[in-house]
Design a protein around this ligand. Structure first.
Ligand code: PLP
Length: 419
């Protein structure tokens, strides 16, 4: 019964230092969030000890009477949250949910058509070193060079020419809504299945602030830890007719024992995501992103060669275009890090710089909204970011750091938790 601090002081120190980092900096990585304390509690619980291969009521291990309750709660809550007929809450991660979804829908060698990684798609949508690029034939669509948006008429023509078995809607870096009805009609026209990966925007969908892909798609996958603010993990939703194939694709197809502590934490996160508080928070997520885009659209920022891809945002992130700036993506990421703001560099479509350097930044608002930030705080954050990007190497990092510190102090993270 030795505590972590006693048993393993080195790892205990890592936890404390990471909590300090999260508390003292402003987290603006678009795919990150702060899981509520209740989620951390469920995830750090004795449920980690339990083997439960199979599904509730049909396990290959004894002693599953309590974890069955947790899994059924998670399933029922996520189905209600998104209006889905079927849910599988066992995928350990978003990537595993996607692997199972494709395995259920098609066979190796079949063709998938997804958004190119370089234009905002995800590794699991057909990148050549990923399972998706190795197992399946891949065709990729792109955004337009002038608008940076997906042109659905062009996608229709491409789908007719490529005849994929699966069309993928969804992204890791795209600041606008997708037209799910148009995706559905294209899929129907070419006899393809429609899979939507809503990992990034699921929290907005849950709050009713983003169009839902669920009624239009055959299968929908998501992570639970981005805008949804739950434990790091994945989930699959689908029409009931897919239940058998998807269940079998997850277990035994992709995974052995489910992580029951994570599934319990997912149940908690889905409960939270159905609340009025969660909806109000997602409104602040969107408001914050709009405030940031508006600030970065101002002439003083444009004069430094910095602009906003597509001119704005409909979602929780802003894509910053640095192709005309003296700063590349790596330098801009480091610059913001030096003032206490964490973001990630991101290739912009048609990026002239290599993928490890890039000409863009992806900046998201979900974690700060969870922390309590509203319009006033996001206005201050936007001002700090604009000031840094305009100044470049000449930035007065100490002055900006003090402003960051004040915001962090005003919105304490995880009060009462000690790492
Ligand atoms: N799908 C999309 C669209 C993503 O952006 C991500 C993560 O960045 C994933 C899937 C994969 O999630 P995970 O990191 O949990 O495997």
């Amino acid at each position: 019964n030795t505590s972590l601090a006693e048993l393993d002081p080195e790892i205990a120190q890592v936890l404390q230092d990471e909590l300090g980092r999260q508390r003292n900096t402003l987290e603006m990585i678009a795919s990150e969030n702060f899981a509520p304390r209740a989620v951390l509690e469920a995830q750090g619980s004795v449920l980690t000890n339990k083997y439960a291969e199979g599904y509730p009521g049909r396990r290959y291990y004894g002693g599953c009477e309590y974890v069955d309750i947790a899994e059924n709660l998670a399933i029922d809550r996520v189905k209600t949250l998104f209006g889905a007929e079927y849910a599988n809450v066992q995928p350990h991660s978003g990537a595993q949910a996607n692997a199972a979804a494709l395995a259920a829908m098609i066979n190796p060698g079949d063709k998938i058509l997804g958004l190119s990684l370089a234009h905002g798609g995800h590794l699991t949508h057909g990148m050549k070193l990923n399972f998706s690029g190795k197992l399946y034939e891949v065709a990729a669509y792109q955004v337009e060079e002038d608008t940076f948006r997906i042109d659905m008429d062009k996608l229709r023509e491409q789908a007719k020419a490529e005849k994929p078995q699966v069309i993928i809607a969804g992204w890791s870096a795209y600041p606008r809504h997708l037209d799910f009805a148009a995706f559905r009609s294209i899929a129907d026209e070419v006899g393809a299945l429609l899979w939507t990966d809503m990992a990034h925007f699921a929290g907005l969908v849950a709050a009713g602030l983003h169009p839902s892909p669920v009624p239009h798609s055959d299968v929908v996958t998501s992570t639970v830890h981005k805008t949804l603010a739950g434990p790091r993990s994945g989930v699959i939703l689908a029409k009931q007719e897919w239940a058998k194939k998807l269940n079998s694709a997850v277990f035994p197809g992709q995974q052995g024992g489910p992580l029951m502590h994570v599934i319990a934490a997912k149940a908690v996160a889905f409960k939270v995501a159905g609340s009025d508080e969660f909806k109000e928070r997602q409104e602040r997520v969107l408001e914050g992103a709009r405030i940031l885009a508006d600030r970065l659209n101002q002439p003083d920022v444009a004069a430094a060669g910095v602009s906003v891809l597509t001119g704005g945002t409909d979602v929780h992130l802003v894509l910053v275009d640095l192709r005309n700036s003296d700063l590349d993506g790596q330098q801009a990421e480091d610059l913001l890090h030096s003032v206490g703001i964490t973001v990630n560099r991101n290739a912009v479509p048609f990026d002239p710089r290599p993928p490890m350097v890039t000409s863009g930044l992806r900046i998201g608002t979900p974690a700060l909204a969870t922390r309590g930030f509203g319009a006033a705080e996001f206005t201050e954050v936007a001002e700090i970011i604009a000031t840094a990007l305009k100044a470049g190497a000449a930035v007065d990092a100490e002055a900006l750091k003090a402003r960051v510190h004040k915001l962090a102090e005003d919105f304490p993270l995880y009060p009462g938790i000690e790492g």
